[in-house]
Design a protein around this ligand. Structure first.
Ligand code: NAP
Length: 217
């Protein structure tokens, strides 16, 4: 698949490398290619020539599947820059969390209870098939789940489009996930986004980000 990963941070880099390793054609999208090439990203990019770099609109326009790995507060502006026509009809795997660091650590959620960032994105881009997933895991575990408990832990998908969720589930399975739980429509992303306050406190407690929840039936 041609995949655009919007986001140059650790999530964007980690997902991009793994998808490329699995044979996908991957381009990372950023607001300003010149600025990004001149910054910290340059060292990483030099080690990963298999991953392209383009503007948000170029990356999204050329892709079959788009990953949102931008900051929570930057997601709507980043997707607006990617352009609604470039996102129309496409699957958007939304990994972002609506974290507000305005009052320091731990951050609060900028949207919660009766709404979610995923739903805000879906309302803004009604032609796009938004699937929320992977946002409850640290970047390394998103794409290499078997490094923890041999992969015996859970990941969730939320979305209104069954076919889009199937494509995302296949991608997750190719990463190594074995317990992908379809929570239902996109409003179920409220629950996974609201897992973040717990995740952040566990992170503080456990001194590692390599942990996850396992749903036991
Ligand atoms: P990040 O630092 O949260 O976000 C970096 C990206 O956001 C950059 O690509 C940047 O664009 C873009 N961005 C920031 N402000 C923007 C704005 N105003 N307009 C447009 N774009 C903007 O990176 P991250 O740590 O990799 O996290 C990415 C997302 O995944 C976040 O939503 C985070 O909550 C979520 N998440 C992270 C982890 C993790 O392990 N870190 C785990 C689960 C979920 P430029 O490239 O143009 O600078």
């Amino acid at each position: 698949m041609r995949i655009a990963v919007l986001g140059t941070g650790s999530v964007g880099q980690t997902v991009a490398v793994r998808a490329a390793e699995l044979g996908h054609q991957v381009t990372i999208g950023t607001r300003d290619v010149t600025v990004t090439r001149a910054g910290e990203f340059a060292g990483w990019a030099a080690q990963h020539p298999e991953v392209g770099l383009a503007t948000l609109s170029e990356a999204a326009g050329a892709a079959e599947l788009v990953v949102n790995a931008t900051s929570g507060s930057g997601s709507l502006p980043a997707l607006a820059a990617a352009g609604a026509p470039n996102l129309a009809g496409k699957i958007l795997l939304d990994i972002a969390n609506p974290l507000d660091f305005g009052a320091g650590f731990p951050p609060s959620l900028s949207v919660h209870n009766t709404d979610s960032l995923a739903e805000q994105i879906q309302r803004e881009f009604p032609q796009t098939r938004v699937v929320k997933s992977l946002n409850t895991l640290t970047a390394e575990l998103m794409v290499h789940p078997r490094q923890l408990a041999d992969g015996a832990h859970s990941v969730f998908v939320s979305g209104d489009d069954a076919e889009a969720k199937r494509v995302v589930t296949d991608l997750l399975t190719s990463f190594g996930h074995t317990d992908v739980i379809d929570l239902g429509d996109l409003s179920t992303a409220r629950g996974t986004e609201m897992l973040l306050p717990l995740w952040l406190r566990l992170y503080g407690r456990l001194d590692t980000a390599i942990f996850n929840v396992k749903v036991v039936r």
